[in-house]
Write a protein that binds this ligand. Sequence first.
Ligand SMILES: [Zn+2]
Ligand SMILES: [Zn+2]
Length: 259
Amino acid sequence: MSNRGADLRFNLEISFEEAAFGCRPKVPIPRPKKCDTCSGSGSKSGSAPKACGTCGGTGELRFTQGFFAVSRPCTDCGGTGAVVPDPCGKCRGSGKVPAEEVIEVNIPAGVDNGTRVRLGGMGEPGDRGGPSGDLYVTVIVREHSLFQREDYDVFCEVPISFTQAALGAKIDVPTLDGKVKMTIPEGTQSGKVFRLKGKGIPHLHSGQRGDQHVRVMVETPTGLTQKQRELLEKFADASGEEVHPQSKNFFEKVRELFG
Ligand SMILES: [Zn+2]
Ligand SMILES: [Zn+2]
């Protein structure tokens, strides 16, 4: 008679990139192993376990309560239905001893925070040579300093200067694959989102990658030199501006509202 081992649960913290592309970390798992002294039988002499006399080997005790037949696990054999006549001194009859095992966990590309990975048969070994339980690894993904994730898409914000926004530019954008060049067309407004196709996270099953969404934030220059100030004043003059920082469209809306 044998009993299946318990399932083990383990939280594994990995980086944003490791979640995106997968990883094979080696992690120490508290996993009881087979007792060497009794070769996992639980018995000192190596004799086979016997059916428990208390429950007759069924693992449960039945009794009646009023009109009802009630059963509960047998305490003498722990519900396994078997007892070891001369228990091994090292493992006290369970056939296993506490141990830590370093195992390589295969984390597939595309996992997200909270994804549970099952490793069949990597849980606690069963009592007296019974089959092992499973190991469940719950993935905890650390936050990234630049990227946020939503499903398989990556989001980031990139600052650009107001001259780049006005004149257009080619800028460097960080992606999971390193820096890539992105074209900013002239006349780009702050907050505009550009999409980099296929620069997101691989789907857990298909491997097909999501997109990256880049929001550009136009930075207003500060600490102008005298020369810069003069040039900007000339620019405002050439634009026919007095002091009206907001767009014509905005003023039209204000007029519609207040007459
Ligand atoms: Zn019993
Ligand atoms: Zn033992």
